[in-house]
Every structure is written in structure tokens, then in C-alpha cells.
Design a protein around this ligand. Structure first.
Ligand SMILES: [Zn+2]
Length: 480
């Protein structure tokens, strides 16, 4: 790790960082061992509250005054505040969520809730999504508190030496199931937990190696979601006399029409992403990316070019980030093999780019189904989550880029959109710009997104060791 004298972390002794790393690892393993599964299982419905209590205990041990709220039984969120001297403007928010998705253990090589350490990795559900970041953020809070104590200050009441803004530490419940018992409730009831000049959250700042170059995509935008339930009406009948209006047959044709890849549309974020990636890659790859970024290729050619350029795992993601997508994921029809179904239900997961409204998406679904089959359908919106976009410029952006660069001069930070949703959607209501920035430097063959919700979810000790001083420097620089 190359650190310059200008980095605040460089004035912290190496043995202090080593001890902080060890403590962070203990914290992460403790967090993983408290299964905070969402949706909460009947046998252990209070996992999020237990994690919130664990963190509150850690914060109290530091001398802070954490607050826990529980809008529904067992659904706990936790918050604490470190003070600056107030001369630097609005606070900075260290945001995270406490819940994890289920982890059926049968395909894992380690118990998903044992937090085993093996081959330099911590295994367990939540290692990357996102208890690893909770541990990093708590590690930064611990270091700042230690500095306050060393200066003879009370960290619960006095300003942390050198901080001109407050630092908010907010961990929410229920992110994995729509945030209704978490950030969406908290934004209405406790907006002060979020009100900040900006926030760092999950899903960015993690290195990805492509063609020998190490990139750090920083999340500045995320797609919106518009899942629809489509009710298809046919005619019931006897299976011995086939009918053209068999609802299963109609549904099959509708699914085929929905699943076709749609047109490419470049957003400012993805244009910048492709341009920045092109600038760091060899000429032939660069010219293809630039042509895609300028919208010069038709959809089929753009997809073929992406497939030729990238491994399938990157290609799938990139193709999803340059268009609105439709994924038909549920089909139900039929009661018995000899009964022609008169009803079918399709659920299609639509993800929209910034600039696409729910009405636009619905119109596209209707257009694809086509007038002939639309007459047999009713379309119901299940839930709407608007896309979010944060500017890839300004003081926070500049600090994130400069700090990554100082810690990894060979790395290429660049702005990116993600295809999924995070709590950024909920806190956008307060106008807080949120950056996906949980800094981890990974080995070239690691594919971080596969770890999200995946089997054998894990994070390497070296990646965490890299991340802690990076996040500390971001806080010190932006709040200093
Ligand atoms: Zn997450």
C-alpha cells in the first residue's frame, strides 16, 4: 500500500492499524454469527434487533450514546453521532444495513453463520453484503474515538479533534426486503439519522480487474424497479380438445416477447464509465467501448461487442446497465394435466435506467405484449422504486477518487451505476447524495458481485486491511 505523507492515516502508527484490523475482524465475525435474516424466520425473528444491540454495546463501550429503534418487534436499527466543531457544514453519513438474505447451508463449504476464517478469508452470510462495511465503518468510529480520548475529550459530547463536521453512524434493518421497517420508516421518523452532506454505503469502491487493469467502480447511480404481475385470461376446457386460447400457451408467447433484449440507451453515468474504462484499456477494446458509449452500435451489435470483449459475468452486468431490462421470473398456470387453464399469471422484473418513468416502462411492457395479446391481459404494478443518480463530481466525489488513488496509484476509480437497489433510494427523499463506497482491494480473480447473496460469501482479510485506512482517510479529508 502506497501512502503519501498527506494522508491522515499515515500519522497513525502501523501497530495501531494492525490492532484496529484485528478488532475489526473480531467485530465482523461477531456480526456474522448473529443471523439477521430477512425475511425474519419464525424460529429467530429478532436477528436485526440482536445485531443492533450488539453494535449499541460496542458503541457504548466507546463512551458514545447510541440509539436503537424498533418500529416492528425484532426489527432494530441503530444510530450514533460523533461531533465535529460545526465549522465545516453538514454531517457525513456512514450508512449500512444490518439484515442479510437467507443462506441455505447445503451448498456452502463453511457454515454460513459460523464466520470461519480459512485461506485468508472470513466466510459467512453478510461478509460482503454488508456486515464487512459495518465493521469498516465501526473501525473508523473506533479510531476517531481513540483520538478524542488521547486528546482528553469525551467522545459523546466534545468535538473529535480535527473534525469540522459531525459523523453519523447509521445501520438500518430491512434493506433486503424493501426498507419499509428500516430506512423508509426512519427517513420519516428520524431524518436526523441521515441528514448529511453525503453518505457512503455499500456496493462500490471494490476493485475489479479487467484486462490486467484494476478498476474501482464507485456507485453513483442505481436503476429503478417496476415489477409487474400480468394476469392472462384464456378459456377453461378439456385437455383432450386443445384450444388456441389456452392461458398457458398465451402466457408462453407473452414471456417470449417480454424476454427479448431491448434497445440501448446511454445515461451520462454509463457514458463516463465507458469513457474512463476505454482510457485505461488497450486500443482495440477502447474503440469498441467508445462506440458503445456514443450509441453508434445497434442493440445486437452492442451486445455482441460486449460479449466478445468481456467475460460472461461482466458482459451480463454491462448489458443490463445500458438499457431498461425485463426479466420474466414467475409463471403460474394450470391445475391438472387434462384441464386447459383459463388463467395464467406472469411476474416480470423490470429495471429502469434514470430517465425512464414507471409510465414509460408500462408502455414498453404493453408494446412488447402487442395489441393481439394485450386484450387478454391485465397488468398490475407491484411496487415502484425510482432510479437514483448522484453527481460524479463535487467535493465528496473528489475525496473518494483522490483517496483511492493515493492508496492504490495503479487503480482506476470510475463512476458506475448498479442494476439493483439499496437504501440510497430511501434516503434520496432527503436529498442526501449517496455513494456506493465500501473500499476493498481484491485479488484479480475475485468477482465481488457473485459474492452478494451467493454461496460461500466471503471477504478477504487483506481486502479489509486495505479498506480501513481508506475509509478513515475519506472521513478525515471530507470532514477535516
Ligand atoms: Zn446490501
Amino acid at each position: 500500500m502506497a501512502t503519501s505523507a498527506a494522508l491522515p492515516s499515515a500519522s497513525v502508527p502501523p501497530e495501531t492499524w494492525a490492532a484496529a484490523h484485528d478488532q475489526m475482524v473480531v467485530t465482523l465475525r461477531d456480526l456474522i454469527r448473529i443471523p439477521s435474516i430477512n425475511p425474519p424466520p419464525l424460529e429467530a425473528p429478532d436477528g436485526e434487533l440482536r445485531v443492533a444491540r450488539y453494535l449499541a454495546e460496542q458503541l457504548r463501550a466507546l463512551g458514545l450514546d447510541p440509539v436503537i429503534v424498533e418500529p416492528e418487534p425484532g426489527r432494530g436499527s441503530v444510530h450514533a453521532r460523533l461531533r465535529g466543531d460545526g465549522t465545516g457544514g453538514d454531517p457525513f453519513l456512514l450508512l449500512s444495513h444490518l439484515d442479510v438474505v437467507p443462506a441455505p447451508a447445503d451448498r456452502w463449504s463453511h457454515d454460513p453463520f459460523a464466520a470461519d476464517v480459512a485461506d485468508g478469508y472470513i466466510y459467512g452470510r453478510g461478509a460482503v453484503d454488508m456486515k464487512g462495511m459495518v465493521a469498516l465503518e465501526l473501525g473508523v468510529v473506533r479510531q476517531l474515538v481513540a483520538e478524542a480520548r488521547a486528546a482528553g475529550r469525551d467522545p459523546a459530547r466534545d468535538p473529535i479533534p480535527g473534525l469540522r463536521r459531525d459523523v453519523l453512524f447509521t445501520c438500518t434493518a430491512d434493506e433486503e426486503a424493501g426498507s419499509l421497517a428500516g430506512a423508509r420508516w426512519l427517513v420519516r421518523q428520524h431524518p436526523d439519522w441521515f441528514q448529511a452532506a453525503g453518505a457512503v454505503n455499500e456496493a462500490g469502491g471494490v476493485s475489479v480487474t479487467v484486462a490486467g487493469r484494476r478498476f474501482y467502480p464507485i456507485q453513483v447511480a442505481e436503476k429503478g424497479f417496476a415489477p409487474y404481475r400480468i394476469h392472462v385470461t384464456g378459456t377453461w376446457g378439456h385437455g383432450s380438445v386443445p384450444r388456441d386460447d389456452n392461458a398457458a400457451v398465451l402466457a408462453a408467447e407473452i414471456v417470449r416477447r417480454l424476454a427479448v433484449p431491448g434497445p440501448v440507451r446511454m445515461t451520462p453515468v454509463m457514458s463516463r464509465f465507458l469513457e474512463a474504462a476505454a482510457a485505461a484499456l488497450p486500443d482495440d477494446a477502447a474503440s469498441v467501448l467508445r462506440r458503445i458509449g456514443r450509441g453508434e452500435l445497434d442493440p445486437a451489435s452492442a451486445d455482441a461487442a460486449i460479449d466478445a470483449l468481456c467475460e460472461p459475468k461482466y458482459a451480463r452486468t454491462l448489458r443490463a446497465l445500458i438499457r431498461d431490462t425485463l426479466s420474466p421470473d414467475v409463471i403460474h398456470a394450470g391445475v391438472k394435466y387434462n384441464v386447459i387453464p383459463g388463467d395464467a399469471v406472469i411476474e416480470v422484473d423490470c429495471r429502469v435506467l434514470p430517465g425512464t418513468s414507471e409510465a414509460d416502462m408500462r408502455a414498453e411492457v404493453e408494446r412488447r405484449i402487442g395489441p393481439d395479446l394485450l386484450a387478454q391481459c391485465t397488468i398490475e404494478l407491484l411496487v415502484w422504486g425510482a432510479p437514483v443518480e448522484t453527481p460524479a463530481e463535487g467535493p465528496i466525489w473528489d475525496v473518494l477518487v483522490a483517496t483511492l488513488f493515493d492508496h492504490d496509484p495503479d487503480g482506476v476509480p470510475l463512476p458506475v451505476m448498479v442494476p439493483f437497489a439499496t437504501d440510497a433510494k430511501a434516503i434520496e427523499a432527503l436529498g442526501v447524495p449517496t455513494y456506493g463506497f465500501s473500499p476493498l482491494r481484491l485479488e484479480p480473480d475475485e468477482w465481488f458481485l457473485d459474492r452478494f447473496h451467493g454461496v460461500d460469501e466471503r471477504v478477504s482479510l487483506d481486502a479489509l486491511r486495505f479498506g480501513l485506512p481508506v475509509l478513515y482517510d475519506v472521513v478525515r479529508r471530507f470532514c477535516g
